[in-house]
Ligand binder design. Structure first.
Ligand code: 4AD
Ligand code: MG
Length: 465
């Protein structure tokens, strides 16, 4: 059995008590007085623990002095209080057992120094051993649990929506195909098209871009639901904000409109950041100090200010009046680019904004058409320092309007037959949104690139590990 290093450092054991910890060596320093100071981490908290091993240990010269970064060890010893040091406790070792050596210490990729993020992406299987990626992993966990807690406490049910799907939830054609057909020898129909009837599912299938349509069906039965799982987009956006595989949190609320949707988004973001600040102070202190100055203050002000609500039409007016020269020109009808979003939230308003009621031409088919006939009840939450973090809408619950919208956008009604059923059988106003989970992690930690917010990033041209 073992005690986690987080427990030892938190003072769960009284000084003088025997303890066994297991983990990986971060550094080793030997003193002339015949002592080795070994920093061992096990990922349970940000800090490693200092193990003091003396030359009286039988394997001191043979093994302890040969320990290098990355070796795994089991240490038995006594907890010593060190109140005048940065770490409140250390362990005086009675035995140090080496569990696994590092074969070739010179070429071990994770050296005790600062590595570039690019380099670490190339060793995604070893990077969780670094300070940064250990912290990212713990923050991801804490934010995930905070998301579930938020919804659970409000009576939402977590619905597991499918990964493999035959409908394009965004209607944007950015789906990865799922198929068992032989690419070199595709079956053809009489007119030469690929015969998907001969494929595994008897029709064309894809990886989901969003669980929304499926979760809407559950909102039409359980009222308040959410889905939280992986989603996939084959968009060729090679940017620091896009992944081909990312996780999305998608609540769906029945008997609700766009304003209630915006309120839910605001409450959820504040709740999960509050939990993060409370539960991961050690990791957040690291991000503040070593990754992005000001990230803590940004989160603290995020949870304590109320979000601005702004009409899309007003956002365009403000942007047109800006002194700043934008790369992408602004006029009513354009989608907001990141530079516009950031100007609005950072320079114009100085706090998070919910932009509402976008032109229907730039939004998805399922969004509810407004009275004016040219906008839909869509909302994006814009956060200072990142831009869009959440996208959502009130859904079109009127079958005739939905059908017209699908026709306008060239979507085939048959493919969405079950989705249309929800409007035919007991339709109600409902709304929901999608939070890109990695965008949340980027925002919370201040790391620059979304590829470092997920353990194994998938981007165009890259799916290693
Ligand atoms: O705005 P999007 O495309 O909305 C939807 O998918 C809706 N079905 C959500 C809903 O209403 N249930 O995506 C939602 C969020 C974005 O705001 C962004 O945070 C994130 O998902 N996102 C991505 N994150 C990483 N990589 C990508 N390629 C992303 N595309 C969207
Ligand atoms: Mg969006």
């Amino acid at each position: 059995s073992r005690t986690s290093i987080s427990q030892v450092l938190a003072g769960a054991l009284a000084a003088g008590q025997p303890v066994t910890v297991k983990g990986w060596v971060r550094t080793r320093r030997d003193s002339k007085a015949g002592l080795s100071f070994i920093h061992v981490h096990d990922g349970s908290c940000f800090a490693p623990i200092q193990v003091v091993a003396s030359n009286e240990l039988p394997n001191y010269a043979g093994e302890v002095q040969r320990l290098t970064t990355g070796c795994s060890v089991s240490v038995r010893g006594e907890v010593i209080a060190t109140p005048d040091r940065p770490q409140p406790f250390e362990i005086r070792a009675d035995s140090v057992e080496v569990l696994g050596w590092v074969e070739d210490p010179e070429t071990y990729p994770i050296q005790p120094k600062q590595h570039s993020m690019e380099f670490l992406r190339g060793v995604a299987h070893l990077r969780p051993r670094t300070n940064t990626f250990g912290a990212v992993a713990r923050v991801r966990h804490t934010l995930s649990m905070a998301v579930h807690r938020f919804f659970d406490q409000r009576g939402f049910f977590w619905v597991h929506t499918p990964i493999i799907t035959t409908s394009d939830a965004e209607g944007a054609g950015e789906m990865f195909r799922v198929s068992t057909l032989d690419l070199a020898n595709l079956p053809r129909t009489e007119n030469g098209a690929i015969d998907f009837e001969q494929d595994f599912f008897g029709r064309a299938a894809h990886l989901t871009v969003s669980g929304q349509l499926n979760v809407e069906a559950y909102a039409m039965a359980l009222s308040n639901v959410y889905t939280f799982g992986p989603t996939f987009r084959a968009e060729k956006s090679n940017t620091s904000r896009h992944l081909a595989e990312f996780w999305m949190v998608e609540p769906e609320i029945a008997f609700a409109d766009l304003h209630e949707d915006a309120d839910l988004a605001e409450a959820m973001l504040k709740s999960v950041f509050t939990d993060l600040l409370n539960e991961r102070a050690d990791d957040m202190a690291f991000f503040e100090e070593r990754v992005q100055k000001g990230v803590l203050q940004r989160l603290e002000s995020f949870v304590s200010t109320s979000f601005e609500r702004m009409e899309y039409t007003d956002a365009i007016r403000h942007l047109e009046g800006a002194k700043k020269k934008f790369e992408f020109p602004v006029k009513w009808g354009v989608d907001l680019a990141t530079e516009h979003e950031r100007w609005l939230t950072e320079e114009h308003v100085g706090r998070p904004i919910v932009v509402m009621n976008y032109p229907k031409e730039i939004k998805s088919f399922y969004m509810r058409e407004n009275e004016d006939g040219r906008t839909v009840a869509a909302m994006d939450v814009l956060a200072p320092g990142i831009g869009e973090i959440i996208g959502g809408s009130q859904r079109e619950e009127r079958l005739d309007v939905l059908d017209r919208r699908m026709d306008e956008m060239g979507l085939d009604r048959e493919g969405y037959a079950w989705y249309r059923d929800l409007r035919r059988y007991g339709t109600v106003p409902h709304a929901g949104f999608g939070l890109g989970f990695e965008r949340l992690v980027v925002y919370a930690t201040g790391i620059a690139n979304i590829r470092d917010a997920i353990p194994y990033p998938r981007t165009p041209g890259s799916a290693e590990f």
